[in-house]
Design a protein. Structure first.
Length: 390
């Protein structure tokens, strides 16, 4: 069966009302105002339609369409807007990949969902990966939940953060499916008390039953000791923590995912450079305390923007992260800068998420980066580290 014919089979299943859920992602253009469109059946009065939800940076917009029009709309979005689609129907799981030249690759797999998974309610509650009321041993150990699954009031913000983090991880899974039978290897730089590291292990190993090895690094020996003892109590046998600096860590074998959450100042740059050197398929970084560029900024070209300390600090942080994102693009990564958790919980809320794309040569990104660097008069550590490894 040709790829075009396979797509027609998928679209016909949607027309026949067999769709359970779907997501279109990875916009082809940076100018696309929404970054994702999710699709699900919805009952409105006596009729069933499909609801398309367009996810913008700070809002969502819903569009309700009959199944026939939904099929046409998905076809348009795949052929002109997005490079990836995942669909679950009663008959099959579908993945659609679109190359930069517009060539479609359609993968059909055994269905993982059934008609019982259909939820046609208009106001359904959001199903988080971690459910309140379910006692998870790692959350009990870390003091987020009590023994009956109630989230402690003072830890509720952490519970929300963990769910948001796992949603980010869930979106990364299509990039991590081809491991040729070897374990998926993850390194977490600056893991700290490791709430997120334990959640990641639980989700990938306990929940999804994947073959995964995770190593967490931190500079505080007592914290590393606490995390190793906690992992042992939980029987998380493939989760280890090392008392080691990012710069001194040497990996064994291929590293697939690099995580760096709240590594201070240029420690983020060392983590990103190491990830690029390893050829990590996925990079997740939440930068923190960006002081380097702040010291480099010359106030004269931008006196109004930079004359106030608090504004200069925020501008420096944005410039730093913009440079990091563009430098990753020069190394062949597709990069998204997104909100991690709500501002009410922490000001450090930007997440840099990068996926290695073999066909992305980064030529235009290199030109854009050096124009950006020259305009602001900066010399970021990440640029130097990547040049040393090239």
């Amino acid at each position: 069966m040709k790829r075009g014919e396979e797509l027609e089979v998928l679209l016909s299943e949607i027309v026949q009302g067999q769709l359970i859920a779907g997501t279109l992602s990875k916009p082809r253009s940076k100018d696309t105002p929404y970054h994702k469109v999710s699709v699900r059946p919805l009952k409105l009065g006596e009729r069933v339609v499909c609801q398309l939800t367009y996810h913008y940076p700070h809002k969502v917009i819903h569009e309700n369409l009959p199944f026939q029009e939904t099929s046409r709309r998905i076809d348009e979005l795949l052929k002109g807007v997005f490079r990836q689609g995942h669909f679950f129907t009663v008959l099959a799981d579908w993945q659609v990949l679109v190359s930069k030249r517009g060539v479609l690759k359609v993968l059909r797999r055994t269905p993982s969902r059934t008609e019982q998974d259909l939820d046609l309610k208009h106001n359904r509650s959001k199903q988080h990966i971690l459910q309140e009321g379910t006692p998870y041993p790692f959350l009990v150990e870390l003091g987020v939940m009590n023994s009956v699954g109630k989230v402690l009031a003072k830890r509720y913000h952490k519970f929300r953060q963990l769910n948001r983090y796992l949603e980010v991880i869930e979106d990364c899974l299509p990039h991590l499916q081809h491991n040729q039978g070897r374990p998926l290897q993850i390194v977490d730089f600056g893991s700290g008390k490791a709430y997120l590291t334990f959640a990641l292990y639980h989700y990938l190993v306990e929940h999804l039953k994947l073959n995964v090895r995770i190593i967490g690094l931190d500079l505080k020996e007592d914290v590393v000791d606490f995390c190793n003892k906690t992992a042992a109590r939980l029987n998380f046998e493939h989760l280890q923590f090392h008392h080691q600096d990012i710069k001194d860590f040497h990996a064994q074998g291929q590293i697939d995912v690099v995580v760096s959450l709240h590594a201070c100042d240029v420690a983020t740059d060392y983590a990103l450079a190491q990830a690029v050197k390893w050829g990590a398929k996925v990079i997740l970084a939440v930068p923190c305390c960006q002081h380097e560029v702040l010291r480099q900024l010359d106030q004269r070209p931008n006196p109004v923007l930079l004359e106030h300390g608090i504004l200069k600090e925020r501008v420096a942080a944005l410039i730093t992260d913009a440079a990091r994102a563009k430098l990753l693009e020069t190394e062949g990564y597709t990069v998204q800068v997104m909100e991690f958790i709500d501002l009410e919980h922490t000001p450090k809320n930007l997440l840099i998420r990068a996926f290695l794309e073999a066909q992305n040569r980064g030529v235009n990104a290199r030109k854009e980066y050096f124009q950006f660097k020259e305009f602001w008069g900066i010399a970021p550590t990440l640029e130097r580290l990547l040049a040393e490894d090239s």
